[in-house]
Design a protein around this ligand. Sequence first.
Ligand code: SR1
Ligand code: MG
Length: 409
Amino acid sequence: MEFSRLIEADVPVYLQSIPAMHAHFSSFDSLEVTEVGDGNLNFVYLVSNRRQAHETVVLKQAVPYLRVVGESWPLTRHRMDIETAALRYFKALCPAHVPEIYHADSEQSLVIMQRLGEHRILRGALLEGHTYTHVAEHLSGFMARSLFYGSDLFLPADVKKDAVKRFTNSELCKITEDLIFTHPYDDSASNSYNPALPQAEIDRIQRNPPLRAAVGALKYAFMTRAETLLHGDLHVGSVMVSTHETYVIDPEFAFYGPMGFDIGILLANFFLAWYGQDARGGANAETSKNWLLNTSSQCWVGFLAEFLQLWQQHEQAGTGFTGRDLDGASAQVFRDDFMSRLWQDSLGFAGCEMVRRVLGLAKVAEIAGIDNPQIRAGAEIKVLRLAERLLLERTSISNMAQLLEWVQA
Ligand code: SR1
Ligand code: MG
């Protein structure tokens, strides 16, 4: 069937035509459909049966353009095939942290999946000062498993190369290449600046040859280092939380890239939330800031422990790279170098993410939502200063404690 963008009124008819949906809905004449997509790319519908509230699903559809800009920015709908494949793959690796897919329709570029009823988007929850005990444990586990199992450290070389082909995602990678690594530095028309942010602060980023060289090196790594299957957009808007559960959603940017990218994006978003809380102040700000620092730290430390454990376990099995290629002593040197490069990459990518969220197209509510332009500029300057340090001095930060000192400096 030819592609057509669904509107709310079309959704019940579409769902009734799908045999698998008859296991989820006892009737289709009392469905309530609400479009809730607040992302930049797609349309998202919450569907529930007014008569049986537990009968509920989410339907997400990609359209042949970038939603936030409109038809003047065409995009193929291939991103939905990537998202569906990535959701299935991550679900198999981390069943407790990825929603279940009930039905996928490549022709209509849509997926129907589990509705996370009590969960909310982490970004909004953080903005309100909420904290969640298990987020670090869950996200570090998700990152350790997803980054390890997609890589040559685990997969046989031919399987991994096939996966690189399957997850080639040129269009969405191009968005990241432009919006994260290029436009914030070239005074692009898609940038926008808080009028209260001094030009000297923008120049410090945009007219800084060593910094731009560092960003260039990170962009080159992003474009060329097909190390593992990344989520590709692992910010706090791609995480849903409840008191006990954490889900990772929206992997339409998934592709084979450098491991530090997912880690860096996540850390950067915790730091952005920290600066947002710092600028807003208020009764809960200190609790929230402490939680953000602890969670950043535990995400890295938990990731490191689980990733190394997986690596050592699977080395014995010999399917991946070091199992056959290095002996005990050389394997340890290789591992140490690998982890130290991964740490430095993560810091560099975090710096890029922080710059783009201040100067580039896609802002974050934690900073851009600060009403007073002067207070917002104060937060933006701190974000940019940390990003600058991360980009230029990342090889000199040896551990998380030092990084957290830099955040607070
Ligand atoms: C125009 S798309 C802007 C951003 O939204 C997505 O969540 C990605 O982060 C992308 O860079
Ligand atoms: Mg998204």
